[in-house]
Design a protein around this ligand. Structure first.
Ligand SMILES: Nc1ncnc2c1ncn2[C@@H]1O[C@H](COP(=O)(O)OP(=O)(O)O)[C@@H](O)[C@H]1O
Ligand SMILES: [Mg+2]
Length: 343
């Protein structure tokens, strides 16, 4: 079988986000190594240097399947679904989600709206732009009538925890004001969500498949011995800075210590989120279990999550009995099957 591995040439437009964008190169390294182990021939195509030439190359290629690791084009995550859509137009099978699923998953506002429309629990959120008139300290009463603290202020159209720091969690109105101002300045107030902060344990669930899904063992994220002034969140530093206190205290427990009843509920809500957003191939859902209510809340729906060997998704796949090359083969198998079923 001939495979073309496509990936986004990492953008250095925002230097502080480079560690996150650069992560795609680790995925390319690990996926190609697995393809070698599996005995497939492959080529690697970086997308973004000369987009017309690269798209023409794909239009004329004789690949059986594209292993699509493009997370953005020239640093613009909004172009990620366009690239998947181009592959759909060409009719070449490709791994991961379609343009439609990616379009919803890359936008937390849309994801939230569609989850809520199907009655799937996700924390209440407000668009920062709609709160701007209430941020004047004189409007504090009106603000407290709308928003309940604590909240987390996060960009709606980013992933990899870009823009998420300890200061994103606000427990006072002053903290909320400065978090919103900072995020709005960087991302634009239309692209920032102020979301109810869910106090409780955090989990993620990986899935493989298109319509009939295989759920991978639930993982819990814990922060052991985190300094008490820090919030247990997967901030940018927790994900990308090996020297940060959040990263050093970060642990992954898999399978997560949940009661059988909680286990059923978390897989149910995550599977519903995967299907509702319209993911295919493989995906990962991030959730929290609220301490006070015992309810699960979907925080984030990830199409084409990080599959670097040793990262969350492949680790849970390994616990389910899939070696890394077997995982890559399974993702390819779903790409080939999905293409046949596409109308
Ligand atoms: N509503 C929330 N309540 C509590 N923690 C949250 C909430 N939203 C995000 N977080 C924390 O921030 C992390 C990153 O947020 P997430 O929405 O998953 O963004 P990204 O798409 O960048 O991964 C989560 O893993 C979680 O630790
Ligand atoms: Mg996330």
């Amino acid at each position: 079988m001939k495979v073309i591995v496509t990936y986004n040439v990492p953008s250095s437009a925002v230097p502080e986000d480079y560690a996150c964008h650069e992560g795609v190169l680790d995925q390319v390294r690990d996926v190609t190594k697995a393809l070698e182990t599996l005995g497939h021939s492959y080529e690697v195509l970086g997308v973004g240097n000369d987009i017309r030439r690269e798209l023409t190359y794909l239009a004329d290629c004789d690949a059986d399947v594209i292993f699509n690791l493009c997370e953005s084009i020239n640093g613009q995550s909004g172009l990620q679904p366009c690239f998947a859509g181009y592959l759909e137009l060409l009719g070449i099978p490709f791994t991961g989600s379609d343009s439609a699923g990616i379009t919803i998953a890359i936008d937390k506002r849309q994801t939230k709206a569609i989850l809520q429309s199907r009655g799937i629990n996700t924390p209440q959120a407000w668009l920062a732009a709609s709160l701007l008139p209430l941020l004047d300290p004189a409007q504090e009463q009106a603000l407290s009538g709308r928003v309940r603290l604590p909240v987390i202020v996060k960009p709606a159209r980013e992933d990899g925890s870009i823009g998420i720091t300890q200061q994103s969690v606000a427990t006072t109105w002053n903290e909320l004001r400065s978090a919103v101002q900072e995020a709005a300045q960087r991302f634009g107030a239309e692209n920032v969500l102020v979301e109810r902060y869910i106090e409780g344990r955090e989990f993620y669930v990986g899935f493989l498949g298109n319509t009939r899904l295989q759920s991978l063992p639930v993982s819990e994220i814990t922060f052991e011995n985190l300094p008490s002034e820090l919030k247990p969140i997967m901030s940018y530093d927790a994900k990308w800075d090996p020297d940060s206190p959040e990263r050093r205290s970060f642990r992954r427990l898999c399978p997560a210590p949940l009661t059988p009843e909680e286990q059923v509920r978390v897989v149910e809500i995550c599977e519903a989120a995967y299907k509702t957003v319209g993911l295919s191939g493989y995906g990962r859902i991030d959730v929290r279990l609220e301490t006070t209510t015992g309810e699960f809340f979907v925080l984030d729906v990830n199409a084409n999550p990080d599959i670097t060997d040793g990262q969350g998704f492949p680790v849970t796949a390994a616990i389910a009995g899939l070696s890394y090359p077997e995982l890559i083969e399974t993702i390819i198998k779903h790409a080939l099957e999905h293409d046949r079923n596409r109308s």
